[in-house]
Write a protein that binds this ligand. Structure first.
Ligand code: SAM
Length: 280
């Protein structure tokens, strides 16, 4: 999948401006953000990028600030290598779970030892949303529950859910890179009860339903697809979602309630949230 990188110079360059900028860019499809000396770099899938939407966002920016930006295309391979070298270090969550790559040699002495070679796929645990979802999985009993990991990326959540007893599991991602990478990671972790598929919510049908659905994607895709997720969620089942900010909870909650779900709780980190809803 091709990505566009936008290098923003922010004036003033302070935490409020960069946080509001990444939050509002997230609303128009930007997926990841890296701090730089003068502002941030933001990444979006080429096919989702809309320059008009970006310019109107900047001209209506809610905080006193001005911006210069430079757009460039990012080659998959360079992005991947740079990212792996610079950002992916072994990560321990709650002293229970370690996520590392095969090129790390951290001790694998935790309750859950996960190996992820991320390539271009999203999901090493380092993004706040992945970490929040991991915490949700660590805190729930998934034994014997059928589970769907929608937007699986590296399949990190499905792999941990499998280690926590979920079975059977389906993991779906719209991105071919993610599919290929998830397949490698299932082999690396010797997990054999996860069926991988490429696609979106159109792959979900009422003849195959789940006790648990995990969906760490983004606000707009979730809002669009919640009704489909609910249609394949069993009675008494749980829908966990992340990929959006605290201020998005009311609109996500309204869509869930419209589809008959009940709010259970949310968790947050750096303004990102993971939420849990139940189907009665
Ligand atoms: C934020 S990443 C999450 C990856 C991983 N589940 C995690 O928690 O780290 C979102 C993933 O959703 C995928 N995705 C985007 N739109 C989707 C859609 N409509 N249906 C399914 N997957 C989608 C992306 O390709 C990406 O791998």
């Amino acid at each position: 999948m091709d990505y566009i990188e936008i290098d923003f110079v922010c004036r003033p360059h302070d935490e409020v401006v960069t946080e509001v900028l990444s939050a509002t860019l997230g609303e128009i499809g930007f997926e990841s953000f890296v701090d730089t000396e003068l502002g941030i770099k933001a990444y979006i899938q080429t096919q989702v990028f809309d320059k008009g939407a970006l310019d109107s966002l900047l001209s209506d920016f809610p905080v006193e600030a001005s911006f210069d930006y430079k757009i460039s295309e990012v080659e998959d391979r360079n992005w991947n290598e740079e990212w792996e070298k610079n950002y992916f270090q072994p990560l321990v969550i709650d002293d229970r779970c370690i996520i590392q790559s095969t090129f790390h040699n951290a001790p694998a002495t935790y309750e859950y030892n996960i190996y992820i070679d991320p390539k271009m796929a999203f999901g090493t645990g380092h993004h706040q949303t992945t970490e929040l979802m991991i915490r949700e999985i660590l805190n729930e009993d998934f034994s014997g529950k059928s589970l769907l990991d929608m937007g699986c990326g590296t399949a990190i959540l499905a792999i941990l859910a499998s280690m926590r007893g979920a079975d059977p599991i389906e993991a779906i991602d719209i991105d071919e890179w993610a599919y290929d990478n998830a397949k490698e990671n299932l082999n690396l972790n010797k997990v054999s009860n996860i069926e991988l598929k490429i696609g979106g919510a159109d792959l979900l049908h009422a003849d195959k339903t789940f006790d648990v659905i995990l969906a760490n994607i983004n606000r707009n895709i979730l809002l669009n697809d919640i009704n489909v997720y609910v249609s394949v969620l069993n009675k008494g089942g749980a829908l966990y979602m992340s990929g959006f900010y605290k201020e998005d909870i009311p609109v996500i909650q309204a869509e869930c309630e419209k589809n008959g779900l009940l709010f259970d709780h949310f968790n947050s980190k750096d303004n990102w949230v993971a939420v849990k809803f139940l189907k009665n």
